[in-house]
Design a protein around this ligand. Structure first.
Ligand SMILES: C[S@@+](CC[C@H](N)C(=O)[O-])C[C@H]1O[C@@H](n2cnc3c(N)ncnc32)[C@H](O)[C@@H]1O
Length: 240
């Protein structure tokens, strides 16, 4: 089949962060559209498609077969990075899962990351926990993207190992907003955080009227709202 794979804008943006000649693993690959797309568009690229569930694993094998890519996309069944041999890939992609699942996959597979130069993640929620993991494990955030597709705003983070062992220091605001995203402050960024701010304000009000609400949680939400006000000058915008 020579037909081009139609990839979502989200996965196209993930693919664009891979270098030419990438030798990468796509963990939680589902239909293996991303590795097939990359290998079809770059004849020097190679990929391993990893899946924990039998159904998506079978779908991935079918896609690879259909696009005649069995020599360059190796589909494997298993949990996270356990499907990889040591030093087998240079880049890792983990997209379309929650941040805590992504960090647990990275944490459990740490030993496989020695030779990995780039990790590209697209957490659906809880991006902060992934940034925290990168900071705790000596990675630098090289680029961050924010993309709107079908009403969702997706964050994509590309991190590289700090070979000089210097640890990356991220402030609480960097962890929450993203060190690069907060510098750029795109329209999508402003819209995302304005929506979260309004939602969190409503939740705080509800929690203040509830006897069951945890004080710690209310204070955390209030602190975050204050960061949003400072970072985005939200109060001024809402007054308009
Ligand atoms: C929502 S899909 C995302 C698919 C694709 N990466 C994307 O971004 O469109 C998540 C996939 O990750 C797989 N998955 C979940 N936990 C996994 C793990 N620990 N190891 C490998 N795959 C996993 C699921 O079976 C599912 O196919």
């Amino acid at each position: 089949m020579s037909k081009q794979i139609k990839l979502s804008k989200r996965l196209q943006l993930v693919a664009s962060l891979l270098p030419k000649g990438a030798n990468f693993a796509d963990i939680g690959s589902d239909h293996a559209y991303l590795p097939c797309f990359v290998c079809m568009n770059d004849p020097t690229a190679h990929a391993i498609s990893g899946e924990i569930n039998q159904g998506p694993y079978e779908s991935a094998k079918q896609t690879v077969l259909a696009y005649n890519l069995t020599q360059r996309v190796d589909v494997r069944l298993g949990d996270g990075l356990s499907i990889l041999d040591d030093n087998e890939v240079n880049e890792i992609v983990i997209a379309g899962m929650g941040g805590s699942l992504i960090t647990s996959i990275l944490e459990a597979g740490k030993k496989k990351l020695d030779k990995v130069d780039r990790i590209i993640v697209q957490p659906n929620i809880d991006e902060r926990s992934v940034r925290q993991w990168f900071m705790d494990n000596g990675y630098t955030i090289e680029s961050e993207k924010l993309l709107e597709e079908n009403g969702h705003l997706y964050e994509i983070i590309c991190a590289r190992k700090n070979h000089d062992q210097q640890s990356l220091e991220l402030s609480e605001k960097d962890l929450l907003f993203g060190p690069i995203l907060r510098k750029n402050k795109s329209n999508d960024f402003m819209n995302k955080w304005l929506a979260i701010y309004k939602k969190q304000q409503r939740i705080i009000k509800q929690m203040e009227h509830s006897v069951h609400a945890s004080e710690k949680r209310v204070n955390q939400f209030k602190a975050e709202c204050k960061w949003m006000e400072e970072e985005l000058q939200i109060a001024k915008k809402l007054d308009k």
